[in-house]
Design a protein around this ligand. Structure first.
Ligand code: GAP
Length: 513
C-alpha cells in the first residue's frame, strides 16, 4: 500500500512539475477536487479527445457529433431521473466528523481482498516460474477462491441493498465487516443517508423570477433531447449514434485521488440508437469495440478488466465498466450501458413531444433503444499519465524518469536541440522547427548540456529529440533519439517528417483496433 501511495504521490507531483495539471485557484489554497490543465496537460487532453473523436465519429459513417449546452431546461433532469435518483449513500463518522460514501467504504474493503489475491498470484508466479498457470491458480487455490467468494458476496449484498433503498442494511454491512474510518479508525458511524449530486444555479436577474437550473451531471441528456433534430436533419437511419464531449458537474463527496473524481470534469459520450430487441447484441459489440480502442494505445491488456454491474442505474437493463489498473488499484475508467428506451420515453412524457423513429424496413414507428459508451476524459488522462510515468535503472547505474506516453498522445512530438549555442547550429535548428511545426507540435531547446535536455524531454514525454551538430552543417544530417529505447540514428533532415509521422500518426495507432 505504501508503494502504491508513493507511486501516486509521484504522479501528482510530476503532473505539476512538468506543466500538466495544477490545482485550481492554487494561490488561494486551491478548491477541492477542481483542477486546471497546464500547457502540456491541455495538449495531452486534446490529443486524447481527438483520438476518441476520430475512432468514434470520423471512422463511423453512422455516428455524428453534437455540442449541446451545459445549461438545459430544468425539466430535463426531472425526466432523466436525476432529480429523484442521482444520489450517493453517505455516512458520517461521529468521532472524526468525516463524511464518506458508504458504497466506496465497502468497495475499498473489497479492493483490499483483491490486493490480497494479487499478492498470492505474484508469490505463486515466483514459486512456479515458467510453468505457472494463472487462470488455473485463480480457479483452484483455496485461499484465493475464498477471498474472491467473500468479495463477490459483499458486492452482491451491497448492490441489492442499494437497489432496494435498504440503507439500514448498508450500515449493517459496514458494521459487520468492521470497517473503520480511514482517517481515525473509529467505527462509530451514523445512519446512511442519500445525498443528491447535482449543482444548482439560477438563470435570470431578479430573485422572484429567476429559474432554478442545474449544471448538467452528464452530457448524455443533451444528446437525448436532440435525438429527433439530429435524426431528421442528418437523415440518419437506425442504427446510428450521436457523440459529444463536454463538461459535466457533480458535487462529489469523496473527492480524493486527484483527477480521478472531480467536481467539474469532462465526459466523452456516445449514444447509439438501435431497434428495440437488438440492444443486447449492440451492448456486447460496443463493449468489445471500446476495449479494443483502449488496447490500441498499447498500455497492456493485463491492465484492463470488465466489471459487470450488480446494481443497475435507474435507466439500465445491462451495464459494465471497463476498469483500469490505476496506481490505487483497478477502478472504473469507462461505462457501457444498455439504457433501454428509458430516456427517450421519459422525455416524450415530460415534454409532450414524440421522440420516435419511423423504420422504413419494418414499416413501423418506435422509440429506439440506446446503448451508451461513456468515458471520463480526465480519468483517461490519469490512466495514460500514471501508466506512462516510469523510473528506469540505466546500465551506468543511474536512473531516469521517463514519461512513456503513447506517442500519438504526447503533447510535443519532437524537441529540436542545437548541440551548442553558436557556429550557426541554432539557426539550422530553428529552420527545422519552422519546417516541422506545420505537421507536428515541436519545441526548441538550447539551454543546458544536451544530456540534461534529453532527460528533460524524457520526463515531459516527448517521443523524439533531434540534435543539430557540426556534422549537420556539412551533410544535412541530424541525430534523432527515441525516448523509449534511447537509441540514436543519423538521418537526413529531409527524412525527419516521415520518421515522426510513422510513429505518431493516428492512423497507425487506430489500425491496431
Ligand atoms: N451518461 C452516463 C454516465 O454519466 P457514469 O458512470 O456516471 O455514467 C461515466 O460516468 C464516466 O464519467 C465514468 O466512467 C468516469 O470515467 C467519468 N466520471 C464520472 N464521474 C466522474 C468524476 N466525478 N470525476 C471524473 N470523472 C468522472
Amino acid at each position: 500500500m505504501a508503494n502504491q501511495d508513493d507511486q501516486f504521490k509521484k504522479v501528482v507531483s510530476h503532473a505539476k512539475e512538468y506543466g500538466y495539471v495544477f490545482q485550481s485557484s492554487e494561490i488561494y489554497d486551491g478548491l477541492s477536487a477542481v483542477y486546471d490543465y497546464a500547457q502540456n496537460g491541455v495538449e495531452l487532453k486534446k490529443n486524447i479527445r481527438d483520438y476518441w473523436w476520430k475512432a468514434m465519429v470520423q471512422m463511423h459513417e453512422n455516428i455524428v457529433g453534437l455540442d449541446a449546452a451545459i445549461f438545459m431546461h430544468p425539466t430535463t433532469w426531472k425526466a432523466s431521473g436525476h432529480v429523484d435518483a442521482f444520489n450517493d449513500p453517505l455516512i458520517d463518522n461521529k468521532d472524526s466528523k468525516k463524511r464518506y460514501r458508504a458504497d466506496v467504504l465497502i468497495e475499498d474493503y473489497v479492493g483490499k481482498l483483491d490486493a490480497k489475491i494479487e499478492k498470492e498470484v505474484a508469490k505463486a508466479a515466483k514459486r512456479f516460474g515458467e510453468s505457472f498457470d494463472k487462470e488455473q491458480f485463480l480457479a483452484t487455490n483455496p485461499r484465493v477462491v475464498g477471498y474472491k467468494e467473500k468479495g463477490d458476496a459483499i458486492l452482491q449484498r451491497m448492490g441489492k441493498s442499494l437497489e432496494n433503498e435498504d440503507l439500514a442494511d448498508v450500515k449493517l454491512l459496514i458494521e459487520e465487516l468492521e470497517i473503520g474510518c480511514p482517517l481515525s479508525g473509529s467505527k462509530n458511524w451514523t445512519d446512511v443517508k442519500q445525498f443528491n449530486l447535482m449543482f444548482g444555479t439560477k438563470l435570470g436577474a431578479s430573485a422572484d423570477t429567476a429559474m432554478d437550473l442545474y449544471l448538467r451531471p452528464e452530457t448524455a441528456q443533451g444528446i437525448f433531447v436532440n435525438f429527433l433534430n439530429v435524426q431528421k436533419t442528418g437523415r440518419m437511419k437506425i442504427p446510428f449514434g450521436i457523440a459529444q464531449t463536454g463538461k459535466a458537474f457533480r458535487n462529489e463527496i469523496v473527492a480524493r485521488q486527484f483527477i480521478f473524481r472531480m467536481r467539474e470534469f469532462e465526459q466523452m459520450e456516445m449514444q447509439f440508437f438501435v431497434r428495440p430487441g437488438t440492444q443486447k447484441e449492440w451492448y456486447e459489440q460496443w463493449k468489445e469495440t471500446r476495449l479494443k480502442w483502449h488496447l490500441s494505445l498499447g498500455m497492456g491488456a493485463d491492465n484492463y478488466r470488465f466489471h459487470d454491474h450488480e446494481k443497475l442505474a435507474h435507466y439500465a437493463d445491462a451495464a459494465a465498466d471497463i476498469e483500469f489498473r490505476f496506481p490505487f488499484g483497478f477502478k472504473e475508467l469507462e461505462g457501457i450501458h444498455s439504457r433501454t428506451d428509458f430516456d427517450l420515453s421519459s422525455h416524450e412524457k415530460f415534454s409532450g413531444k414524440k421522440l420516435q423513429y419511423f423504420d422504413p424496413e419494418l414499416n413501423e414507428r418506435y422509440v429506439p433503444y440506446v446503448v451508451e459508451t461513456s468515458i471520463g476524459l480526465d480519468r483517461m488522462f490519469l490512466a495514460v499519465f500514471s501508466h506512462s510515468l516510469q523510473e528506469e535503472e540505466l546500465e551506468n547505474g543511474t536512473t531516469r524518469t521517463v514519461l512513456k506516453l503513447p506517442s500519438v498522445l504526447a503533447p510535443t512530438k519532437a524537441a529540436i536541440l542545437p548541440l551548442v549555442k553558436k557556429d550557426g547550429l541554432p539557426e539550422v535548428a530553428r529552420k527545422i522547427v519552422e519546417d516541422l511545426k506545420w505537421d507536428f507540435s515541436v519545441t526548441y531547446d538550447e539551454k543546458d548540456a544536451v544530456g540534461r535536455r534529453y532527460r528533460r524531454q524524457d520526463a515531459a514525454g516527448t517521443p523524439f529529440c533531434i540534435t543539430v551538430d557540426h556534422e549537420t552543417l556539412n551533410d544535412d544530417t541530424v541525430t534523432i533519439r527515441h525516448r523509449d529505447s534511447m537509441e540514436q540514428q543519423r538521418v537526413k533532415i529531409s527524412e525527419l517528417k516521415e520518421i515522426i509521422k510513422e510513429e505518431v500518426d493516428v492512423k497507425n495507432w487506430l489500425m491496431k483496433m
